[in-house]
Design a binder for this molecule. Structure first.
Ligand code: E4P
Length: 224
């Protein structure tokens, strides 16, 4: 399973990158807004995406803000020209599906975002999206079951051998990661806080404290 970090904050990307488990980055307009606020300065979108691409060897999703075909195509081409590892994030709307298909014919990879139903995901795969991003947490937020959506998408893609990678998005906690991995999602994108929570276990902390305490005793006994 590939791990992407869901942020546009360079410090967070650097921290996750240093763990050695990072395979890519997903950004969106909201995450760009947060990154600029934290940095306390305006950020040039294309320059910022270039900086992220230079920090991470894997795919970096950069989202278009146009909602018409021509606008999505123009923004998509410009984003794809930044670096080879840019993936153009396109919303799951009619003109978005058309653009995903046209971008694919130009060799430009897309991440189809804001997916909330398996039939939307089927359209994205048929259009040639490189990634489909079902938003698990936002489905849970409206008292529905995000994991059912993920399971159905994976099932449908396996039925027909679609090569579109399933990118579990809007992940809020480690159980989302565990369940996505059990279902076979190709990628999970998550905030830095969730990545860190994956390694926590109280028995690890208790066990380590015991080992270190016993080691101190052992060393004292040897010296004595
Ligand atoms: C990633 O591609 C999505 O934009 C992101 O996971 C959305 O997460 P949120 O629902 O926590 O905003």
């Amino acid at each position: 399973m590939k791990f992407f970090i869901d942020t546009a904050d360079l410090d967070e990307i650097q921290e996750a990158s240093e763990m050695g488990v990072l395979n890519g980055v997903t950004t969106n307009p909201s995450l760009m807004k947060i990154a600029a606020e934290r940095a306390g300065q305006s950020l040039d979108f294309h320059e910022h995406i270039a900086r992220i691409c230079d920090m991470v060897p894997g795919d970096v999703s950069a989202e278009v803000t146009a909602v018409d075909f021509d606008g999505i195509m123009a923004q998509g081409r410009a984003l794809a020209a930044i670096r080879d590892n840019v993936v153009v994030k396109v919303p799951l709307i009619l003109d978005g599906i058309k653009a995903i298909n046209a971008l694919a014919q130009e060799g430009i990879r897309s991440n189809c975002t804001l997916c909330f139903s398996p039939t939307q995901a089927l359209l994205a795969a048929k259009a040639g999206a490189a990634y489909i991003s079902p938003f698990l947490g936002r489905v849970d937020d409206i008292s529905s079951e995000g994991m059912n959506l993920l399971q159905e998408i994976i099932h449908i893609y396996e039925n027909y051998g679609y090569t579109t990678e399933v990118l579990a998005a809007s992940i809020r906690h480690p159980m989302h990661v565990l369940q996505s991995a059990l279902l076979g999602a190709h990628v999970a994108t998550m905030p830095l806080g969730v990545i860190k929570k994956l390694l926590k276990h109280p028995l690890t902390d208790i066990g380590l404290a015991k080992f270190l305490g016993d080691w101190d005793t052992f060393k004292q006994n040897q010296a004595g």
